[in-house]
Design a protein around this ligand. Structure first.
Ligand code: 5RP
Length: 246
């Protein structure tokens, strides 16, 4: 097909939570079929990635896969890997990653992506970018015609540089908001010790590649959640249960 992403026609903007869980499980199962024995596997973060880690663990337990090592992108994925019997190593212990699985918050028809709802996008981007194959796992509710209309762009920022970074983000046309903890009693601090700023762009994101670079050029920005030219495949689970391989 000409488009790398098949958008389910008539996809509802929101999905029933139970159905969404089933869809996530379906793509997670489909994705781990790509893993072969001996592979080094990047382990993404979030609920869909967690299911992929669980499914990977099942295949290892059933002896269908041998000599698998996982490279976690967060404390969460490290703990889950341990729980489900997937051995882990640090990224610095390996010289490549064969395949990485990760979730996403928004994906457009050119496989441009917004990630970072879980504040793990910096480590995810490192691991996903170096993977020989990066496979993004989403349900149909994550497919959008334009990035940034419904979802803000997460930006990880050095706490020391928060104020100038906020001003620079405003100069780029964004409306930044410091991400706070659930009870709003303080900022979210990432595993790398930084803060997260969610940036809203009123008209969405017109040029994802350009914006990704411009934001990362701001001194004090660690990484932003735009993933351009990172994904090799996007698995979209649609409501009728059928996974679409893209
Ligand atoms: C974490 C992420 C997640 O992959 C993204 O938020 C999707 O999560 P989920 O699979 O739970 O919907 O980017 O930083």
């Amino acid at each position: 097909s000409s488009s790398p992403v098949a958008v389910a026609s008539g996809a509802p903007p929101g999905l029933d939570a139970g159905i969404q869980q089933n869809l996530k499980r379906a793509v997670a199962k489909k994705a781990v079929e790509l893993v072969k024995s001996g592979m080094i596997v990047g382990l993404g973060t979030g609920s869909t990635s967690s299911m992929a880690i669980e499914e990977l663990g099942k295949l290892i337990a059933q002896n269908k896969l041998k000599d698998i090592v996982g490279v976690p992108t967060s404390y969460q994925s490290r703990v889950l890997a341990r729980q489900f019997g997937v051995k882990t190593v640090d990224l610095n212990d390996v010289n490549h990653v064969d395949i990485a699985f990760d979730g996403a918050d928004e994906v457009d028809a050119s496989m441009n992506i917004i990630k970072g709802a879980g504040a793990a996008h910096t480590m995810e981007k490192v691991v996903d970018s170096i993977a020989k194959q990066c496979v993004i796992l989403i349900d149909q509710s994550k497919v959008v015609s334009k990035l940034g209309l419904a979802f803000s762009l997460p930006v990880e920022v050095l706490p020391f540089a928060l104020s100038p970074v906020l001003r620079a983000l405003v100069n780029l046309g964004g409306v930044p908001e410091i991400r706070t903890a659930l009870r709003k009693d303080g900022p979210v601090i990432t595993e790398l010790g930084n803060m997260v700023v969610d940036v809203r762009f009123a008209d969405g994101i017109n040029n994802p590649a350009e914006l990704e670079n411009k934001i990362n050029m701001i001194p004090g920005v660690v990484e932003n959640g735009l993933f351009v030219n990172v994904a090799h495949k996007v698995f979209v689970a649609t409501k009728d249960g059928e996974e679409i391989l893209i």
